[in-house]
Design a protein around this ligand. Structure first.
Ligand code: GDP
Length: 290
């Protein structure tokens, strides 16, 4: 990845520039450019300035290390694993086009390869006919069962049936693809809350997770999406997609700082294996070009 953003960070910290207000202003602008968001960028740089002045740090490299520490404190990660011998139900959320259906398939493949035998996909994005077909195709390719109803049917009924199908075979995990029509927020929220109720009833205690898929190339829009879904049903974790198409991805820091939501996975392509557990340290180092 040609990381132009990291190059800019490097040049800011490498030119032997004077550490003054201009330096910190430039750093704030750069972090905003890196999709961290104005509010978070401003606060982080202010904290950095305070620390460096208190600890009398004036050397560029040392300041950069402090910045890395600060960013690390703000980004949160989570190791998302289905609980063994339990009924796990994970609802995958996000607006259309972010890579939700693809991510559901990647997750199914990932957990299947880890030895989870009972994995079922629930096609609860009944609003988009293509999503039902897409998930069916993925299920066939990966070799996992897909439960779906007709286009336009009640998505919570799909999840209900999928969990019953899972239970008939024993413990395991249902991964539910959902609709994401943000332009009709009230309907979306109502629909999600209905599915939410079913998932809460059907999953074993502590085994129901709500995961939002965010497209890393959409910057601060992704933060707003996370906000809406978090308000509607609460969000446990983020899957960051299309990280192959951006070098910025400061959104992981924004959702951590602003919404306290951890990142579980990062996706870097369209293939099933293009998903990796989120490693905060690597992520920040890559972000800063360290
Ligand atoms: P949905 O509408 O949210 O279900 O989105 P889809 O799963 O249909 O994905 C939309 C498009 O994004 C498809 O062309 C996917 O192949 C593509 N896509 C999904 N994840 C990634 C990713 O990590 N990297 C890239 N480059 N493309 C992705």
């Amino acid at each position: 990845m040609g990381n132009k953003f990291a190059e800019k960070i490097k040049s800011l910290f490498g030119k032997g520039k004077k550490i003054n207000d201009d330096f910190y202003d430039e750093l704030t602008d750069l972090l905003v450019e890196g999709d961290i968001g104005a509010k978070t960028s401003y606060t982080i740089v202010e904290e950095l300035e305070t620390i460096c002045s208190k600890e009398k740090i004036t050397e560029q490299n040392e300041i950069l290390k402090k910045l890395r520490d600060l960013l690390l404190q703000n980004v949160k990660s989570i190791d998302l694993q289905p609980e063994k011998d339990k009924i796990n139900v994970w609802m995958v959320l996000g607006v259309n086009g972010v890579g939700k259906t693809t991510s559901v398939a990647k997750l199914a493949n990932y957990y299947k390869n880890q030895g989870n035998e009972n994995v079922i996909l629930a096609s609860a994005n009944t609003f988009r006919a293509a999503a039902i077909e897409q998930l069916a195709m993925h299920g066939e390719k990966i070799g996992v069962r897909v439960v779906s109803h007709q286009h336009g049917s009640d998505p919570s009924a799909v999840v209900f049936d999928a969990v019953d199908a899972l239970k008939s075979k024993g413990p395991g995990i249902v991964l539910a693809d959902t609709a994401g029509r943000l332009h009709n927020k009230e309907n979306l929220v109502r629909e999600l809350q209905k599915i939410d109720k079913i998932c809460t009833q059907k999953a074993d205690e502590g085994c129901y997770k709500k995961i939002i898929v965010l497209d890393a190339t959409t910057g601060q829009n992704a933060l707003r999406q996370a906000e809406v879904f978090n308000e509607a049903v609460g969000v446990d974790a983020v899957i960051l997609t299309k990280y192959d198409s951006t070098a910025k991805g400061g959104i992981a820091i924004s959702v951590g700082r602003e919404l306290n939501i951890p990142v579980a996975f990062v996706c870097t392509g369209e293939k099933y294996q293009d998903i990796k557990p989120f490693d905060a340290k690597n992520y920040i180092d890559e972000f800063l070009g360290l």
